[in-house]
Design a protein around this ligand. Sequence first.
Ligand code: B12
Length: 318
Amino acid sequence: MSERRRQEEIGLPESSTLTVAAVARRLGVAPATLRTWARRYGLGPTDHLAGSHRRYSKTDLARLVVMRRLTHEGLSPAQAAEFALSGRSSEDLAVTELDVVGERLARAGGGRVVPLREASAAARGLARASMTLDAHGITEVLRRQVRTDGVVLTWESLVSPVLIGLGERYASTGEGVEVEHLFSECLTTVLHATTASLDQPRNTAQVLLACPSDEQHSLPLHAVSAALAERGVLVRQLGMRMPDGALLAAVRRSGPAIVMLYASMPVQSTEVLAELAKVRPAPRVLVGGPGWGRDVPPFVTRVESLSETVEEIIASIL
Ligand code: B12
């Protein structure tokens, strides 16, 4: 994170200073922890006034924000402090370090975790950032992972297990809607940024993505558009809750070579698929997600994963 970004996050006027109690409230850590961080790691107020009334400046607070984030992500306090004092951005942490972080989190366990069967260490780290509602932490992990591994691998090894874990937690406890929303927002931001970075599309054939009416689970489609953007393919993204009539109108107007529909919730009627078959020229139709039952017509291709979707689309249009 740049110094400016860090300062912005802190949102404190340049000259203001804060007491230990005020910093503790802002960061959500105990005053005793702040005193320990000051004593052991030199992360106390840097003004040179003696006595008990020393106050934290904006720069001191910025370091503590990094310290808190990295300890949440699973670094030891000593490692986190070294990083916070170095003034380096937490994005400089290598992905291998991220795995170490995740491994620690996996071992740490604890009560407020998302159930993650067979998840990678990094997925556990991401889940932990989600549970502490650390929006910047979630976004950073996702951005870093997309940059190194690309969208498909990030989705399949990291994002999907976390989403399924969040869903299971909600199903068994009825809790965590706020976590699900925050995670979805951060993920959408990262996927949109990837999609928007495509400036020279190499496809002339059009691709249309949408969720059927009443379907709000659009994240997989945002992953499809971001993964295709990485391969130089631009799509038309209609997103969630597309009424049948509007979808058909868009298809007639834009003449896509391929239409992909994703549904998590049970699809009430497949009539729109029959209508799509009547459009001329007829687009190829893909459906994905657990919402599609057994009765999809034979001219429709079912896709089971993000990678399969991306390969099917690319093979059809390039
Ligand atoms: C994020 C989320 C939300 C967000 C969606 C935000 C957004 N913009 O997409 C919000 C908060 C809006 C939301 C709302 C709701 N949600 Co919701 N949500 C989820 C969550 C956690 C992730 C959804 C997702 O993106 N899944 C994508 C992948 C990770 O999961 P999947 O579809 O199961 O993946 C399988 C395959 O599709 C395939 N796959 C994986 N990735 C990809 C990618 C592609 C392209 C393809 C083709 C395949 C594929 O592999 C997986 C293994 O089989 C799921 C949990 C879950 N297991 O999905 C619940 C979940 C889908 N939601 C659920 C529910 C009940 C709801 C609500 C009804 C809650 C409510 N009471 O209001 C509402 C409204 C839903 C509606 N009308 O559409 C249930 C659905 C249960 C059911 N089938 O009936 C789930 C399963 C949670 C649960 N376990 O109870 N939700």
